[in-house]
Design a protein around this ligand. Sequence first.
Ligand SMILES: Nc1ncnc2c1ncn2[C@@H]1O[C@H](COP(=O)(O)OP(=O)(O)OP(=O)(O)O)[C@@H](O)[C@H]1O
Ligand SMILES: [Mg+2]
Length: 256
Amino acid sequence: MIRLENVAKTYQTPAGPYQALAPVSLEVREGDVYGIIGYSGAGKSTLLRIMNLLERPTAGRVFVEGKDLTALSPRALREARHAIGMIFQHFHLFSNRTVAENVEFALEIAKAEKGDREKRVRELLEWVGLEDKADSYPSQLSGGQKQRVAIARALANRPRILLCDEPTSALDPRTTQSILSLIRDINQTWKVTVVIVTHEMDVVKQLCHKAAVLENGHLVEELPIRHARTAPASALGKLLFQEAPERLYPTEVLNG
Ligand SMILES: Nc1ncnc2c1ncn2[C@@H]1O[C@H](COP(=O)(O)OP(=O)(O)OP(=O)(O)O)[C@@H](O)[C@H]1O
Ligand SMILES: [Mg+2]
């Protein structure tokens, strides 16, 4: 479970302090897929990165499975982070490492034994359907394949939580579907709690149990998705529940 207590983030910029996130409190239940939606600049990535303290909040506390991450020593924080995997829109693979070496990296960081590492890498690559690409370099892969490598790497240490920042935004619709079904599998098969930032309404509808709507750094509402369809109050919430197919990828709508 993830619990944010009044987390806020103010960035210091040359133009002065900028509040990217007003105090936000929320809870992500264990086993849920939790969406975060909002316009560009709403603070989605900031909020997500606070969940594993890639971004340290300027106020508030971050509890992951009961532990307050903001109170941990750097070393204890590194340990705690092994329980939290993360993937990104642009994959963030190491271009000078092979596919297998990219996945193995996460295991090296966690100080796994060499023999165990190799076995685990094979297992993971098989699971994401890339066993034949073990010795390829990222530049030799398609976008969807790169994201699969990133997912294998994120899962290497058997995290209980997977944070996803726009994981399908750089992919075409068909590849998007295959990545979404992989993420759904991860959630259902391994009971990994998933938090996913997206501006694609379709992603939220297909995958999430619940979604937070962010506007200008404020959490304006939380919507249950697969459960009772309460009438959304915010404009984005309303958009989310519109059925018109042309609105399912409203990038241009969302980005103004
Ligand atoms: N390191 C930083 N320094 C200063 N301002 C920042 C920094 N990171 C983000 N911001 C600002 O904080 C606000 C929220 O940024 P964030 O990246 O969280 O938005 P987002 O909702 O993820 O947007 P997008 O959909 O474009 O990815 C933006 O106005 C952004 O310019
Ligand atoms: Mg972002």
